[in-house]
Design a protein around this ligand. Structure first.
Ligand code: RBZ
Ligand code: NIO
Length: 338
């Protein structure tokens, strides 16, 4: 069991001591990979994925039995500035849809054999509008981090975190901008589909938020409080918890990657237990993935969020691990090695 987070510095210090993958297990997985009945390298990235996965799970012959998908929902004060093509009440309506099994993520999680949890975070209390003040005070941020931190099943062997929060591509863009620099326009995209005037307005909002807060932001945790959102912080908390538990994570789209980026700032290798599930259609997602040093597994032009692209990618990882652990070696099969 993981300890409860007592304060933000406690979270920071846990991140700084996060465990690494098991090098012996990784070496054993690499050795096994070299003996399987295929030309060397023929399964390409699937081979790398299986070796990476085995290293984190501490075994040279892993399996994926218990994937977990967690969807966090939050509302954003910044929606008052007209940054989304949809009204804020859709967040709560979609939570009910998730609970009834009617959303895209329900279908994809089920197909991947994943348990799915939905956690709505104070939907009737939107975060502060970050163009006017902080999105979350420390206590609020801590509660959101803890919500994610505490929801990861210690027995899960793979984690996908997804989000629902009308307006949340705006805080995601602001986080990326403050963490990686550049102009607001470089990071601001169309989200649910704002028109050109909407995009210009959204870019202004991101620029104002970054200008107001950047002087107060020393690290990713500060950034989450000033510019983030509850579901974004909860995703960061869950990704961090997975690291402590050596549970590999598949990252989803732009918003999920912005949450992860807040952890990446805390220490080198903080996202070594994560792979990028897909590249979304949000304009800045490829740049964000490049900043995180992650190559997406899929690129289908999705622009949904909800963990949908990552949930789909569970099946790629399952394929990698199934081949790695299920295939015969040359010796076992009596196949002549080259
Ligand atoms: C019906 C519906 C379902 C969704 N599921 C995810 N999102 C996605 O769209 C939102 C982000 O886009 P923006 O920043 O433009 O509001 C988030 O809720 C995200 O999860 C949805 C959006 C809608 C409308
Ligand atoms: O990249 C994403 O995950 C995304 C893009 C648009 C809207 N919602 C999510």
């Amino acid at each position: 069991m993981l300890p409860e987070l007592t304060d933000l510095d406690h979270f920071r210090s846990l991140l700084a001591q996060a465990p690494a993958a098991d090098p012996a297990a990784q070496a054993a997985a690499a050795e096994r990979n070299g003996q399987l009945t295929k030309p060397p390298g023929a399964l390409a990235r699937l081979e790398d994925l299986a070796i990476w996965y085995g290293g984190w799970r501490g075994t040279g012959r892993p399996s994926i039995e218990k994937p977990q998908v967690i969807i966090f929902a939050g509302n954003h004060g910044v929606t008052a500035q007209g940054v989304s093509a949809f009204p804020a009440e859709v967040t709560a309506q979609m939570v009910i849809n998730f609970e009834h099994g009617g959303a895209a993520i329900n279908q994809l999680a089920k197909l991947a054999g994943a348990r799915m949890d939905v956690q709505a975070l104070d939907l009737d209390r939107p975060t502060g509008d970050f163009t006017k003040g902080v999105a979350m005070e420390d206590a609020d941020l801590l509660a959101a981090l803890q919500a994610g931190w505490g929801l990861v099943d210690p027995n899960a062997d793979l984690l996908v975190v997804g989000e629902m929060g009308i307006g949340n591509t705006t805080p995601a863009a602001a986080l990326a901008c403050v963490l990686f620099g550049g102009e607001a326009a470089d990071w601001t995209g169309r989200g649910t589909g704002v028109d050109d005037a909407g995009l210009a307005n959204k870019t202004r909002v991101v620029a104002e938020g970054v200008a107001l807060h950047q002087g107060a932001i020393k690290d990713g945790v500060d950034a989450l409080g000033c510019l983030g959102g509850r579901e974004i912080a909860a995703m960061a908390g869950a990704i961090a918890a997975a690291r402590m538990l050596r549970i590999p994570v598949i990252l989803d789209g732009f918003i999920c990657c912005a949450a992860a980026a807040c952890l990446a700032q805390s220490s080198d290798g903080a996202l070594d237990h994560c792979v990028a599930g897909h590249q979304s259609a949000e304009g800045a997602h490829p740049v964000l993935l490049a900043k995180l040093g992650k190559e997406p597994l899929l690129s289908l032009g999705l622009r949904l969020g909800e963990g949908s692209g990552a949930a789909l990618a569970i099946q790629i990882l399952k394929g990698a691990v199934a081949c790695h652990s299920g295939m015969a070696t040359f010796a076992e099969a009596g196949v002549t090695d080259g």
